[in-house]
Design a protein around this ligand. Structure first.
Ligand code: SF4
Length: 308
């Protein structure tokens, strides 16, 4: 008769490693799922698209490229991916890092060179943030390239937390209820920009980038000051998240569930039509409120007197 020996418990370090591997798999799956959902929800990528992925060398754009390449293999549609980096000639920019990495993963890529740093450093006074002008010049160079090459979509690495932060920046500093949409047509109408990381948390991206050991190039090589308004909003959001975990996710979901009738913009919702009885609409509510017309739409006596 054979005796079944109980299996020995794996040592703690083996158990910890297996738990870590399991968590990493779950993280990778979550990212693929969230990116896939954003692509589907907003119709970001169609059959035959030529997608240009803008790669800065930061954690967000590496993650975007990595996840898109994975989804490309399983996607029900066929599309191409080209990674494009703009070398802006910031002092100390390690030129070899991105080409080495992109060659190692076998993706089609292009490195553009334009000394926007020289322009920015000359125009922006010392000690002021250079990011706004720097980004504008970068966007201009990348969009021009996309047009010349016939890319049909431009993919950017903005994530959920960027979208929420931009919403509050516009609200607090520009008195506008607007944000950073997951998909948009550029102002000149020539490009469609997509943000497939729109549902992905920044913390998840940071963890994923560390797990995949992307060769990150810091964006502060130029020595620019951080934008103070953005910093302020980020501090506020971080504090909210600490006080009430899940709040950022809630705000992010709210940005996709807007009720125009519960806001106050008559351009978005026809408040004038609200409560009209039997279609007997006032001809001009503004004129009526101003006393210029009667309830039946005829000019008021005062109005007639003035006209005389
Ligand atoms: S940190 Fe420097 S390189 Fe990055 S966007 Fe700002 S100015 Fe440009």
């Amino acid at each position: 008769m054979s005796t079944v020996l109980p299996l020995a418990e794996p040592p703690p370090h083996v158990r910890a490693a297996s738990r870590r591997a399991h968590e990493q798999q779950r993280l990778a799956k979550r990212l693929r799922h969230q990116v896939g959902r954003a692509i589907a929800d907003f119709g970001m990528i169609e059959d035959g698209d030529r997608v240009m992925v803008c790669l800065s060398g930061g954690k967000d754009s590496y993650t975007l490229l990595d996840v898109l390449l994975q989804l490309q293999k399983k996607a029900p549609v066929t599309f191409s991916i080209t990674a494009v980096n703009l070398d802006q000639k910031q002092p100390g920019f390690p030129e070899h890092v991105l080409p080495d990495y992109l060659r190692s993963i076998g993706v089609d890529y292009r490195i553009l060179e334009q000394d926007t740093y020289y322009v920015v450093a000359r125009v922006v006074p010392e000690g002021k943030t250079m990011c706004a002008l720097c980004s504008r010049l970068r966007r201009g160079a990348l969009y021009t390239f996309a047009e010349a090459q016939g890319y049909t979509k431009i993919a950017l690495g903005h994530h959920r937390d960027d979208l929420v932060a931009t919403f509050f920046l516009n609200l607090f500093f520009h008195a506008k209820l607007s944000g950073m949409p997951p998909k948009l047509r550029s102002d000149d109408g020539k490009h469609v920009v997509i943000r497939p990381l729109a549902y992905v948390r920044e913390d998840d991206i940071a963890e994923y980038a560390a797990m995949r050991a992307f060769p990150i190039i810091p964006c502060n090589l130029c020595g620019s000051q951080e934008n103070l308004q953005r910093k302020q909003v980020k501090r506020m959001l971080d504090q909210w998240e600490r006080d009430s975990p899940g709040r950022i996710e809630q705000i992010s979901r709210a940005l996709g569930d807007i009720r125009p009738s519960q806001l106050s913009d008559p351009k978005l919702f026809d408040f004038l039509a609200l409560g009209r009885s039997g279609g007997a609409a006032l001809p001009d509510a503004h004129a009526w409120l101003a006393g210029e017309v009667r309830d039946d739409g005829e000019p008021s006596p005062e109005r007639i007197a003035h006209a005389d």
